[in-house]
Design a protein around this ligand. Structure first.
Ligand code: HEM
Length: 419
């Protein structure tokens, strides 16, 4: 086993239960067979050399704090999060509250403004929606009911933050309704008081004068593009609109008059507790007066750019699920401050919670390591993907092949010189 001083590229991985422990894991150096990487390496400090500097400092800093990540230090306790997920599953089974939990998570995150650097002023998934002042925003009408459903779970698991609980509730609801697995991470820090709630008016209107422009204004501000706007809108495959809350929809329809859950409202789809691509099919066909189509739903099949995705999702549920899962995970992260900074997953083996892989996040260096903004992560992701890699995993390398190539080149040069 190499030591810290002898190993140039180290990755700190953690295994938590609640007991601190750490393991060091080797990362591969950048591929020498990729010419663009050679150039990058020659001209500028490579991602890996920055990573090295950062990792040495991080390791040193952790050493001063007992040598490892500790689950007790995370914003939320991983074991409690897992138990809370079981309780949420039970809640969904008995209350059929999938839609409102999804809307709660979305409205906590959807205040994010990527143009504001500081947390929590930038808004986003920070648990601020638990405070009355924000719950009373017109767009949040009815969400007090979602908070009431989750509050007993919060009380039972005080080691889980509201910000994490809201996003856990939403992702679990999508999955339990038959939707895709959302690649979630946790560790969101809560804002501390109501004075830190965002101002009203950050969430989209359902009936603006120019729906396409409005959707782009609001979602671009959060860092989402056209594809993500259309995919996220597909969440309306679940749930209902109630005139007494949002002013939209019928008081009841043949699909909602008997519940399940509290009866009434108008749904976008016939089976509004099942997550599938029927939202896109139904808007496209517009066959049933009892199904809701908001102006911001209709525009998905009118705007030429949105339409490409809406048409695709209407015929290809797999494509919808893939894009939805990615967009949902991104939405759940916007504006959030994570502790540990890279967040952690609760989907690994039963006993452990592992930090999310974002090797590129180690670009940030220095003793006072700052969390990367979503915008910066996107830039880094685009850079990596530009040369066929991913910030989520170490760059590929094949030492053996590289050695053979070097030996072959040397042999060729020797033979040329000999001649
Ligand atoms: C694109 C812009 C959006 C607009 C204009 C919009 C508007 C609305 C409106 C007016 C309602 C009815 C609320 C009520 O009367 O109770 C609603 C419900 C809902 N929204 Fe959206 N929404 C948008 C995007 C989203 C997104 C991005 C998600 C999730 C990713 C989402 C998830 C939901 C869900 C699940 C419900 C049903 C809630 C329930 O049945 O209690 N919406 N939305």
């Amino acid at each position: 086993m190499a030591t810290l001083s002898s190993s140039p590229l180290l990755r700190f991985s953690t295994k938590t239960g609640c007991k601190p422990s750490a393991s060091l894991q080797f990362l591969s150096p950048p591929s020498v067979s990729n010419p663009s990487l050679w150039l990058r390496t020659a001209q500028a400090p490579s991602p890996c050399s920055l990573t090295l500097a950062h990792r040495r400092m991080t390791v040193a800093r952790r050493a001063r704090h007992g040598g490892a990540y500790s689950a007790e230090c995370f914003a939320s306790n991983p074991a409690q999060l897992k138990s809370a997920r079981e309780d949420i599953r039970e809640l969904l089974r008995t209350q059929y509250c999938h839609p409102i939990l999804v809307r709660l998570g979305w409205h906590d995150a959807g205040t994010y403004d990527k143009n504001i650097e500081d947390w929590p002023q930038r808004g986003g998934a920070n648990g601020s929606l638990r405070f009355d002042v924000e719950l009373k925003h017109a767009a949040n009408a009815g969400l007090i009911n979602a908070l009431k459903l989750l509050q007993p779970i919060k009380d039972k698991y005080p080691g889980v933050t509201y910000a994490d609980l809201f996003q856990l509730g939403s992702a679990t609801a999508i999955e339990e309704a038959g939707g895709p697995k959302i690649p979630m991470k946790y560790g969101r820090v809560d804002v501390s008081g109501p004075e830190l709630c965002p101002e009203e008016g950050k969430l989209p209107d359902a009936g603006p004068a120019l729906p396409a422009e409005h959707l782009r204004d609001v979602f671009n501000r959060m860092g989402f593009d056209d594809k993500e706007i259309v995919a996220l809108s597909g969440a309306h495959t679940l749930g209902r609109s109630r005139p007494e809350r949002s002013g939209w929809g019928k008081p009841e329809t043949k699909y909602t008059k008997d519940g399940p859950g509290a009866p009434g409202g108008q749904s976008w789809t016939v089976k509004w507790l099942k997550f599938d691509n029927s939202y896109f099919k139904d808007i496209k066909e517009k066959l049933d007066e009892d199904l809701l189509v908001l102006p911001t739903d209709a525009v998905l099949f009118e705007d030429p750019s949105f339409k490409v995705y809406a048409e695709k999702y209407a015929v290809d549920q797999e494509a919808f699920f893939k894009d939805y899962a990615e967009a949902h995970a991104k939405l759940s992260n916007v504006g959030a401050k994570f502790d540990p900074p890279e967040g952690f997953s609760i989907d690994s083996d039963a006993a452990s919670a592992t930090p999310e892989k974002f090797v590129a996040s180690d670009y940030s260096s220095g003793e006072s390591r700052r969390e990367l903004s979503e915008a910066m992560k996107q830039k880094i992701r685009a850079e990596y993907e530009g040369f066929g890699g991913s910030p989520d995993k170490p760059l590929q390398s094949n030492y053996f092949l590289n050695i053979i190539i070097i030996v072959a080149v040397l042999a060729l040069l020797t033979s040329l010189l000999g001649n």
